[in-house]
Design a protein around this ligand. Structure first.
Ligand code: GLN
Length: 307
């Protein structure tokens, strides 16, 4: 087997993509996100053997947005087990992340946990379970990442809440079918905070080790998910992590992954590595333009995809 010089490969791709036009546009529907510098560009590769390479703005924190939905799914799965699949499906929706259309015919059962409606149902489960959901969730993220520096951005959460009419509609609509137990106001507050978590590429790659490393343990020595459950979460990332661009990401990159409208993408090669790319300009489907480009080139050049 060829020994790959990751540092060199990553730097070459970074240089090449930086020299090309930075297409797309930053998310503006959350006013606070519109303020980001569109030229930020960071990458962090972390292998299960702890080989780490970072380039560009890899240690700058950004809004992880929907990437947080994987972490909350992991926690709900750990707490409730397979019961969660009674309230949320595992099928790709083929629709944008904030779409309402399928919920009517699906009787309020969102197609998967990564579209907004599905993530809200997961949030509802956590709100029912915890005394202090926001505090307890943050502590859990900090433990997986082994860093107390991870925090919510109150500004971003407030900014999203001030304009989140569609998310409010989604939550209320699901509640009308009986698939939200708590008050929508409370569930949405938790959801907006979860999405507002700020992390760097370095911190995200470290956090997502819970899906890459077979024997992953938190800083307290606790395991997060069994191998069987890790397989399932990775499978949902593979099929649903990029909404109506999930097929495209699978086709181009060939790894389970998750994006967020803050411009971050995390991809996982189970048993081998995690890689995070951050570049705030998004394509029409709401996924980072440069993030997709970078990862496609990386898995093609290294021949390191799961396929
Ligand atoms: N907080 C964002 C929203 O609900 C998350 C969307 C995303 O990152 N795709 O619209």
């Amino acid at each position: 087997m060829n020994i790959i010089n990751y540092k060199e490969v990553l730097e070459d791709i970074y240089k090449h993509i930086s020299s090309e036009e930075n297409k797309g546009s930053v998310a503006t529907y959350i006013p606070e996100l519109a303020k980001i510098n569109p030229d930020n560009f960071g990458v962090c590769f972390l292998s299960v053997e702890n080989e780490e390479y970072g380039i560009g703005d890899w240690q700058t924190k950004f809004s992880i947005q929907s990437i947080s939905k994987v972490i909350s799914l992991g926690l709900a799965y750990k707490i409730f087990g397979d019961k969660i699949w009674k309230r949320v499906g595992v099928e790709p929706s083929g629709t944008p992340f904030n779409s309402l259309v399928q919920l009517e015919s699906d009787n309020g059962i969102p197609r998967n946990p990564f579209i907004n409606g599905g993530a809200m149902v997961i949030c509802d489960m956590l709100v029912s379970h915890f005394e202090n959901p926001k505090e307890d969730f943050l502590t859990y993220v900090q433990e997986i990442c082994d860093s107390t520096e991870i925090q919510y951005s109150k500004k971003v959460a407030k900014s999203e809440a001030s304009v989140g009419y569609r998310n409010k509609a989604l939550c209320n609509f699901i509640k009308s079918f009986g698939n939200i137990e708590n008050e929508p106001r409370e569930v949405l507050d938790f959801y907006f905070h979860m999405c507002s978590i700020e992390m760097s590429c370095q911190e995200l790659s470290k956090t997502f080790m819970f899906l890459a490393k077979n024997d992953f343990k938190t800083s307290k020595g606790e395991s997060v998910l069994s191998r069987g459950r890790t397989k399932r979460v990775n499978a949902i990332m593979q099929t649903c992590g990029f909404y109506d661009e999930s097929g495209e990401f699978s086709f181009k990159v060939g790894l389970p992954g998750k994006s967020g409208v803050g411009g971050g993408i995390v991809a996982v090669y189970p048993g081998k590595y995690c890689i995070t790319v951050w570049s705030p300009k998004l394509n029409k489907k709401g996924n980072s333009y440069r993030g997709m480009e970078f990862l496609e080139t990386f898995t093609t050049e290294t021949e390191l995809s799961i396929f």
